[in-house]
Design a protein around this ligand. Structure first.
Ligand SMILES: [Fe+2]
Length: 217
């Protein structure tokens, strides 16, 4: 199916999403482009906490705070008509601030953080929204010798659809050379739609971002 420039733009910039697209408006005739699929990758967690807690800044059951830049990420899970998907579940996993996953197959020699697990799974709200708190993941080397730019992995399920993808941060110098992000365009995906947006922060020292996710239904 050929995608029009207007459809592409809507999905790309997330403008309609951020603006709170009204499904009944004329603009709703314009379908949102589904968020693109990526592979699970080697560090997909074998075990995921069942706590339904979207706060990754503490290791479950421990008191200390994870090292690194605190960030808050908000957004919504929508269908291609811009309607919220309140039944969606999100699992995220990411490297710690030094660039290492809490996964035995990650042999990056940088240290693990005893206060950071880097995995969480939770349901979205009734309006399809989510709000998570974590620390900004560090870059890390991958086997071909390039450096992965900071990113967060997402596994989003709704009904019979599953989206596995990665979200990136704006303004990162490594974005231009990242093995996956820099090849999105040639894989017929829009790089801008994979990069979150800066948002207004509610606390000193907290960086806020927003990123909406569009699922096929
Ligand atoms: Fe990764």
């Amino acid at each position: 199916m050929k995608i029009s420039r207007r459809e592409f733009a809507a999905g790309a910039a997330g403008v309609a999403l951020s603006a709170g697209l009204d499904p009944n408006s004329a603009g709703a005739q314009q379908r949102l482009r589904p968020t693109g699929q990526e592979t699970l990758g080697p560090y997909y967690p074998v075990r995921t906490p069942a706590s339904n807690d979207p706060d990754l800044t503490h290791y479950p059951g421990r008191q200390g705070r994870a090292s690194g830049q605190l960030i808050e990420l908000t957004g919504r899970v929508l269908d291609t008509a811009g309607r919220p998907l309140p039944q969606a579940r999100i699992t995220i996993w990411q490297a710690n601030a030094a660039g290492r996953y809490t996964n035995p197959v990650d042999h990056n020699p940088v240290p693990l953080d005893p206060n950071f697990l880097g995995v969480a799974s939770f349901r979205v709200g009734r309006d399809g929204s989510y709000r998570l708190r974590t620390v900004k993941p560090g870059p890390y080397p991958e086997p071909s010798g390039t450096i992965r730019t900071p990113h967060i992995h997402f596994d989003v399920t709704n009904a019979d659809y599953r989206l596995v993808t990665q979200m990136y941060f704006p303004g990162e110098s490594l974005n231009a050379t990242d093995l996956l992000l820099s090849t999105l365009a040639v894989r017929h995906r829009d790089p801008a739609s994979a990069i979150c947006n800066r948002a207004a922060t509610s606390e000193p020292g907290l960086l806020a971002y927003s990123w909406d996710i569009v699922l096929l239904t």
